[in-house]
Design a protein around this ligand. Structure first.
Ligand SMILES: [Zn+2]
Length: 282
């Protein structure tokens, strides 16, 4: 299937009351695992790379892998730049063929965030590429990206931001954090409902790895339609490798242990797709 944008994909999810999983894919095995899970469950899916993955694998290398995977899949696949951190990187992703862009100006002052996000939206409109932005701040640390302390999204500010920038979707901060949780996070569901009422565009949840199933279900019920998963996939992959070497410490075949770790990631992604409610929506 040709790659699609996240535009219609997320609007369908919003209408249908489910979420599409957006999975950070650090390497080929994780990417193949995500695609295999989506195909098995007939689910739309988003493959995404953040700037650290881009630095590790290369913007075009990741894109080529994702595009190859998407072409062989019979489900809609979008290729998304996660946490784009500069106008320059976003433009490169756009030229490379990414079908969805996030620009994260959440650490900037609101006027600067609006100004740059708007210029990115203006540049992406002619190509028909949707832009996700973030307001408030989803804190925590993932890869080398340290977002520091989180900051809840303000409802009026979010509505004004969406209005002024014309973004296609918005990542909101309701108490989740990137990376690994210590203890169970307290999410502000009431804030999420107020954001849902005040905004018409799809809402995105970052920092979902490690959230209990009920928390994800509640977020979707209250209007989240894209959920990002990163840390969990890395953990499943690493666990797969450790498991394999505990049993076969003498192995040196990258394909053998890669296959085992890939299977682990696929099972984790299938679990998450089911929670998102996107199974059978392809
Ligand atoms: Zn994020």
């Amino acid at each position: 299937m040709p790659i699609v944008t996240t535009g219609q994909m997320l609007r369908d999810a919003q209408k249908g009351g489910y979420a599409v999983g957006a999975f950070n894919t650090d390497n080929m095995e994780i990417l193949q695992a995500v695609i295999a899970a989506a195909v098995k469950l007939h689910s739309p899916v988003i493959l995404q790379a953040n700037p650290v993955i881009v630095e590790y694998a290369g913007l075009d290398y990741f894109f080529a892998m994702a595009k190859t995977a998407a072409k062989s899949a019979d489900v809609p696949v979008a290729i998304h730049l996660d946490h784009g951190n500069s106008f320059d990187l976003v433009m490169k992703a756009l030229r490379t063929g990414y079908t969805s862009i996030m620009f994260d100006g959440s650490h900037m002052d609101i006027h600067e965030n609006i100004r740059i996000t708007k210029s990115i939206v203006d540049a992406c409109i002619p190509a028909g590429i949707p832009v996700e932005a973030e307001i408030g701040k989803v804190g925590g640390k993932e890869d080398k990206i340290d977002a520091g302390e989180g900051e809840y999204t303000d409802v009026d500010e979010a509505a004004d931001f969406a209005d002024k920038t014309g973004v296609s979707s918005l990542a909101v901060a309701i108490g989740t954090a990137h990376g690994v949780y210590k203890g169970i996070p307290k999410l502000n569901y009431e804030l999420l409902s107020r954001l849902r009422n005040a905004l018409s565009i799809p809402l995105v949840l970052h920092g979902a790895s490690g959230l209990p199933d009920e928390a994800l279900t509640e977020c979707i019920r209250r209007g989240i339609c894209k959920i990002n998963f990163a840390t969990e996939l890395r953990m499943a992959y690493t666990e797969g490798l450790k498991e394999f070497f505990a049993e076969k410490p003498e192995s040196f075949d990258a394909k053998e242990y890669g296959r085992h770790a890939r299977e682990k990631v696929m099972l984790k992604v299938m679990e998450r797709i089911r929670i998102c409610g996107s199974e059978g929506r392809a």
